[in-house]
Design a protein around this ligand. Structure first.
Ligand SMILES: Nc1nc2c(c(=O)[nH]1)N[C@H]1C(S)=C(S)[C@@H](COP(=O)(O)O)O[C@H]1N2
Ligand SMILES: [Mo]
Length: 497
């Protein structure tokens, strides 16, 4: 058993080291994990995002690691009786890894090297350890035999751990954090006006109007964050255009930059959920960029692609309708953080992220919905996905206990690009009362709201709903995110003492 576990560790450690020479994305846990994400049914993905939130990736990789170790241990037990089935078992694992590596959307043949080298090393370690464990022919004494095996096992463990550690150290050198720190973004040709006074009500515990970059939600399929040097980055605009273009990062920065306040929302956000965030973005107008390439008649979609092969389909008419669709390079006064798409991403007000907000974007293809589908729309999520009107209660916190008297009930509400006209709150199913709304710069942001409540002792149920600027009331009917965003009124229960 120990022989199998250690052989598995050697396979993973050596593969990690080899991947550091090929590319970090080619490490077997990453390729198998990535293939796993792609094959996972929607309900399970939904469950994972809901249950583990932003830690879904760590949970996946941890589970995978545990699975490999257990199976390797079993193969070790098998190997004590018969070598061949154990070696074949390792080989099958290797084959699975090869298939996973080649299944990645950005796969290259070299991506199979880490898993091949790792499998070979694992098999060699297994045979070595099984030999060390075998009682010597002359039965020289089990004590001596045991010492031989433990020495071999110890040596193997050290070798596996050092290979893994060396690989990680080498990977760290690819990190573009230092390059990002050196990036100086030009001033905006069109700065955002200062936020209106009072747009942040500054109530302790209420979501701040502007989300600090470090607190901004992250949702993506990337198990390894793409590390892109802006000096190597290019953006290709092609497809149904008169003049295909390829822009460098400097080309992009030479264009007039707009600074805009836009609130992003993920379609996977449950009613009352955390996957929305507000930032002040800096970027190039996407409509100008597309028009400069000459968009041809008949096109209705922009298919954008990230460097790791993730794709997004965005309705062309939405991008060209005059809203502030950006190819963003800055977020809250800094270059984009690596987790949020450095060096460039899309941001389109009013659309859920999976149809608008491509991070690490390198390619824009002007095309038609009849021709091309994107990562999530292939999996049944809606192609047309405007953000739904939503009010969220942030205060009092769910299941909180508060003192009787004046209690602020407060939260944020969003209906990007339509705007929030009102937020209403009711207590214990009573009459709806209008909350006070904080001012906002325009309709593309969320809006804070607060209602002063005279709380009386007991358990109370609070509900909130928003009304958008078209007069439409937030849908009451409860629906889960799939296929085009959750609906329902957010409610919480508070105990007043
Ligand atoms: N390259 C890439 N871009 C992506 C995604 C992704 O998986 N890969 N996810 C999208 C989704 S579903 C959302 S909600 C937003 C989230 O952006 P954030 O992580 O910066 O908050 O990014 C979008 N852009
Ligand atoms: Mo999303």
């Amino acid at each position: 058993m120990l022989a199998g576990v250690l052989a598995g560790a050697v396979a993973l450690g050596v593969a990690e080291l080899a991947a550091a020479f090929v590319r970090p994305q080619a490490a077997p846990l990453i390729t198998v994990g990535g293939a796993g994400i792609d094959l996972t049914p929607e309900w399970l993905k939904d469950f994972a995002i809901r249950t583990f939130g932003t830690h879904d990736k760590q949970v996946l990789l941890g589970g995978l690691l545990a699975g490999v170790i257990v199976l390797a241990g079993i193969l070790g037990l098998v190997g004590r009786a018969r070598r061949l089935p154990a070696v074949v078992g390792f080989g099958l694992f290797g084959l699975l890894g090869v298939v996973a590596a080649l299944s990645r959307p950005d796969a290259r043949p070299a991506d199979t090297i880490p898993v091949l080298v790792g499998t070979a090393a694992g098999i060699a370690a297994l045979l070595f350890l099984l030999r060390a464990a075998r009682p010597a022919a002359d039965e020289a004494g089990t004590g001596a035999q045991r010492r031989v095996f433990l020495a071999a096992a110890g040596g193997t463990a050290v070798a596996a751990a050092s290979a893994g550690a060396l690989g990680r150290a080498r990977n760290a050198r690819r990190d573009v954090a230092a390059i990002r720190n050196g990036v100086r973004l030009p001033r905006p040709a069109s700065p955002a006006p200062p936020l209106p006074a009072g747009s942040d009500l500054r109530i302790p515990g209420l979501t701040p109007f502007t989300t600090p970059n470090n607190d901004f939600y992250r949702v993506d399929t990337a198990l390894v964050l793409p590390q892109i040097d802006p000096a190597q980055w290019t953006l290709r605009i092609h497809g149904m255009v008169d003049r295909p273009v390829e822009l460098s990062f400097d080309d992009l920065l030479r264009r007039p930059l707009l600074e805009r306040d836009i609130t992003l929302t993920c379609v996977s956000n449950e009613v009352g959920g955390p996957y929305a965030g507000h930032a002040r973005w800096l970027g190039v107008a996407l409509d100008d960029l597309l028009r400069s390439a000459g968009v041809q008649a008949g096109a209705d979609q922009i298919l954008s692609r990230s460097i790791d092969g993730f794709t997004v389909s965005t309705p062309l008419a939405t991008v060209l309708d005059g809203r502030d669709a950006l190819l963003a390079v800055g977020m809250n006064g800094e270059p984009l953080p690596v987790r949020h798409g450095f060096p460039a991403r899309m941001v389109v007000p009013g659309l859920y992220g999976y149809v608008s907000a491509t991070k690490w974007v390198v390619d824009l293809k002007v095309t038609r919905f009849a021709t091309d589908r994107a990562y999530w729309t292939k999996r049944g999520w809606a192609a047309d996905a405007p953000i739904k009107t939503m009010a969220r209660i942030d205060l009092p916190k769910p299941l909180a206990s508060v003192k009787a008297g004046r209690v602020p009930v407060a939260g944020v509400a969003w209906a990007q690009h339509r705007g929030i006209e009102a937020v209403e709150v009711r207590i214990d199913g009573g009459p709806w009362r209008r909350a006070r709304l904080a001012p906002v710069p325009h309709t593309d942001t969320w809006r804070q709201w607060v209602l002063e409540w005279d709380a009386t002792p007991g358990r109370h149920r609070l509900e909130a709903r928003a009304i958008d600027a078209t007069g439409a009331v937030q849908l009451e009917k409860r629906a889960t995110p799939y296929p085009d965003g959750a609906t329902g009124w957010h409610s919480t229960v508070v105990t007043v003492t």
